[in-house]
Design a protein around this ligand. Structure first.
Ligand SMILES: [Zn+2]
Length: 138
């Protein structure tokens, strides 16, 4: 059994290199085919922070709900994202639901916080778009 050490592993926790995981999505070279991939890519955008990734988050937000989004919802660079756990992902036609937990820290505090959310996605012209999320109390 050989254990390969992945160089520059993707932040989404897939244990694949970033260049073969979420990077092509963030760079618009490929479209996520599943809601699971889209959640991973959006998590990476948050984890990597501002810049181009803010645009990725806005672009993958459903236009029907994007207008209610505050700039602070599109990356908060004070949060240090630790890991992503996808609890379940379901797709039915052009609708998708993903329940996940994303762990993060805030500066000056060692406590790990958990953002537990049920996200709804709708596929439009072959692209999964984030419709809305329900935050679950931990
Ligand atoms: Zn990834």
């Amino acid at each position: 059994m050989s254990q390969t050490v992945v160089k520059n592993p993707c932040r989404c926790g897939s244990e694949k290199p970033f260049s073969q995981c979420c990077e092509p999505f963030l760079q618009r070279k490929e479209k996520p085919r599943s809601v699971r991939q889209m959640v991973r890519a959006r998590y990476c955008a948050y984890a990597l922070g501002a810049g181009d990734n803010r645009e990725f988050l806005a672009r993958t937000w459903h236009p029907a709900t994007l207008q209610k989004v505050r700039p602070a919802d599109l990356t908060n660079d004070n949060l240090q994202w630790q890991k992503l756990d996808i609890i379940r992902a379901e797709q039915k036609g052009d609708m998708g639901r993903v329940e996940f937990k994303a762990s993060y820290k805030v500066p000056g505090d060692d406590k790990v916080h958990v953002h537990h959310e049920l996200s709804l996605f709708q596929r439009s012209h072959g692209v999964w778009l984030y419709l809305e999320g329900q935050v679950r109390e931990e």
